[in-house]
Design a protein around this ligand. Structure first.
Ligand code: SF4
Length: 383
């Protein structure tokens, strides 16, 4: 299996699995305390990038983890390796995720000069007690300072992440964080309900009764509050958890995922999908480095996705896009069949339940379907 399939064009994801500290709720493939591995890891990812075939890149997304724990010289090395032999048309979205505790004016200037044109800032909350509960390494004041420094550096496309439904958080506290985010006028907002993942410190604190279990009904009210507040501030709610100030400011990289189009991930645990194949690298950063340095493939798994499953996943992912939905014509061009016929029974049932809407061009979630989206999605997967 080649490391990068020579697809006509793909989104590129580069995974940096390092963080200064592990947040209490986090079950991502990210680790604190691996500083001694940084240099070798960067060399391994650059090697994975350089050994892959050349294909035009539609987007570049450096995520984690916290990519900005790496020195600029390492980030520059990775971006150079990504670009070598791979055209990056002018204006291509190049995103980096950053934690407010890891960026300052000099880092942000440097990122811009490397061609980064979109910053995704993981703020999560503007309340210091909530930040502490989440185990974040920054305060609300530092988050504000990071945003201002990004603006001063000239970044014109900034996305903020916030989490709601935290233990002990009430509607007023959520409203306060959201209002502070909206007052900053970011180009994009990602607002996620807290999910308590098994094996995290947060899950243990809740199990031991140190923290209250989040209330799903309250989280649903918080989501509705976010919908109203973002609409009032002029944001388009374009995906279940994502809002953009205007069309051109939607996250191009994530749109590739939601449209189930080709992407290639490099680095530990990174997933890829292209031309009916899905593959993933080993998750452990040290195992990944060891394999690459021995000249071996970092692949942990690879599977062919049958067309029936690809269709179902295209429906499931596409329905996350609230106004775009799944356009009939795009589905027909890709799969050679009419989705209204292919999924007639499912659509009829979901329509009667008021969970989807069908017009002349597309199928999409009805407003009621947004809170019950999982009940809609599973119906499109083959049994
Ligand atoms: S900064 Fe992000 S990736 Fe790192 S531990 Fe916290 S939530 Fe996880």
């Amino acid at each position: 299996m080649p490391l990068i399939e020579a697809d006509p064009a793909a989104g590129l994801y580069i995974h940096i699995p390092f963080c200064r500290a592990k947040c209490t709720y986090c079950d991502f493939n990210s680790f604190a305390g691996l500083e001694p591995l940084y240099g070798e890891y960067v060399r391994a990812v650059a090697q994975e990038l350089e050994s892959g075939p050349r294909a035009e890149l539609r987007t570049v997304y450096i995520g984690g983890g916290t990519p900005t724990v790496l020195p600029l010289s390492d980030l520059s090395h990775l971006l150079e390796a990504a670009r070598r032999g791979r055209p990056l048309p002018p204006g291509t979205e190049v995103t980096i995720e950053a934690n407010p505790g890891t960026v300052d004016g000099a880092v942000l200037d440097g990122l811009l000069s490397l061609g980064v044109n979109r910053l995704s800032l993981g703020i999560q909350s503007f309340d210091d007690e909530e930040l502490q509960l989440l185990g974040r390494i920054h305060t609300a004041a530092e988050a504000l300072a990071a945003f201002q420094a990004a603006r001063d550096a000239g970044l014109q496309n900034i996305s903020l992440d916030l989490i709601f439904g935290l233990p002990g958080q009430d509607l007023d506290a959520w409203r306060a964080s959201l209002d502070r985010a909206l007052d900053l006028g970011p180009e994009h907002l990602s607002l996620y309900a807290l999910s308590v993942e098994p094996g995290t410190r947060l899950a243990a604190s809740i199990r031991q009764g140190e923290l209250p279990r989040p209330d799903p009904d309250l989280a649903a009210d918080m989501y509705e509050l976010a919908e109203e507040a973002c609409a009032a501030a002029g944001y388009q709610h374009y995906e279940i958890s994502n809002w953009a100030r205007q069309d051109g400011l939607r996250c191009e990289h994530n749109l590739i995922y939601w449209r189930n189009e080709a992407y290639v991930g490099v680095g530990a645990g990174a997933h890829s999908w292209a031309r009916g194949q899905r593959w993933a690298n080993v998750a452990s950063p040290s195992a990944y480095v060891a394999l690459i340095s021995r000249g071996e493939s970092p692949l942990a798994s690879s599977e062919a996705i049958p067309p029936e499953l690809e269709m179902g996943e295209t429906m499931m992912m596409g329905l996350r896009l609230l106004d775009e939905g799944v356009p009939f014509e795009r589905f027909r061009r890709r799969f050679g069949s009419d989705l209204r016929q292919r999924y007639a029974a499912e659509i009829d049932e979901l329509d009667q339940l008021g969970l989807v809407e069908v017009d002349e061009e597309r199928l999409r979630l009805a407003p009621r379907g947004r809170l019950l989206a999982n009940q809609v999605f599973y119906r499109f997967l083959p049994l």
